[in-house]
Ligand binder design. Structure first.
Ligand SMILES: [Zn+2]
Length: 293
């Protein structure tokens, strides 16, 4: 499942290459024919993300809302460079292919089950396997975004921070689950959840209502920082103060990027205690029982 930084990066691709252009919209697979016909020929006027959802605005008050879910992915072909952001495997393919895998014809033939294709004279975006893909009115977009937890990349205001803090303090639910609850805070997935809790030295089982407000404010600001970094680099690099050698290792290898994520049974980088892995809400949760009390 893509985490928030990927969805913001997809919004940036649309902002760079599609906003301001008239878009030919189609559904090669056929499952989005009605929506595609409604959007076809309109100009894209805005592209933004909130949490894990993407919102593309078209002329005359029409929006396309997309949630990739576990398996969805966007593929972009911009002129002759190929870039894909979405499911992790595709992201890796994209990062290498972006270095110079040319395509012979533009636009390329749709490959596989393409739910929607957005096409300009120089750019094409193909969407496969989303959990949500629908046309909305501005009022409907407002109500979807209002029901989502705040996303510091979209809204870094003190009010957004306060919404997050208040939502957590109302709940008995463990903080480790609340951080993944998209109605509490936007965009955090399994990797960022584990790493934010380690960085806050907070036990994932702590009930939301007993976490000190200043710790929640620090988590919000840390998330804003990590998210902005992920949006600009495309990587979830969650360890800080790395020397040059450690930084090079981290950029080259996912296993050298994180404090606790995906490190079950491996000694904690700080205290040496083996990292614990538990299943929480059917997702793997990693933490250090010594550092996070
Ligand atoms: Zn530790």
């Amino acid at each position: 499942m893509p985490e928030g930084h990927s969805v913001h990066r997809i919004a940036l691709q649309f902002a760079r290459h599609f906003v301001g252009h008239e878009i030919a919209v189609s559904s090669p697979q056929g499952r989005f024919e009605v929506g595609a016909a409604e959007l076809d020929g309109r100009t894209m006027t805005d592209a933004r993300a909130s949490g894990k959802q993407l919102f593309l605005e078209f002329s005359s008050d029409r929006w396309l809302r997309v949630h990739l879910g576990m398996y969805g992915a966007w593929d972009f072909v911009i002129e002759d460079s190929l870039a894909s952001i979405g499911a992790p495997r595709r992201l890796r393919i994209a990062e290498s292919e972006r270095l110079g895998n040319a395509i012979e014809h533009f636009p390329p033939e749709p490959v596989g089950q393409v739910r929607v294709r957005l096409l300009t004279t120089t750019a094409v975006a193909d969407l496969r396997g989303p959990t949500a893909c629908e046309v909305l009115s501005p009022a409907e977009v407002d109500s979807v975004i209002a029901a989502l937890g705040p996303d510091p990349q979209l809204d870094p205001s003190p009010e957004a921070e306060q919404r997050f803090v208040s939502a957590v303090l109302k709940k008995q639910t463990p903080i480790g689950l609340l951080l993944m609850d998209q109605s509490v805070i936007g965009g955090i997935g399994n990797v960022y959840r584990a790493e934010l809790l380690f960085r806050a030295q907070l036990n994932p089982h702590t009930p939301g209502k007993v976490v000190p407000a200043e710790v929640l404010r620090a988590i919000w600001r840390d998330w804003a920082h990590l998210l902005a970094d992920g949006v600009s680099t495309g990587q979830m690099l969650t360890m800080t103060n790395l020397d040059d050698e450690a930084l090079a290792r981290a950029i080259a290898n996912r296993d050298d990027r994180h404090w606790v994520y995906h490190r079950a049974g491996v000694p904690c980088r700080v205290c040496g205690t083996p990292i614990v892995m538990e299943i929480a809400a059917s997702r793997k949760l990693y933490y250090c029982q010594f550092c996070q009390q």
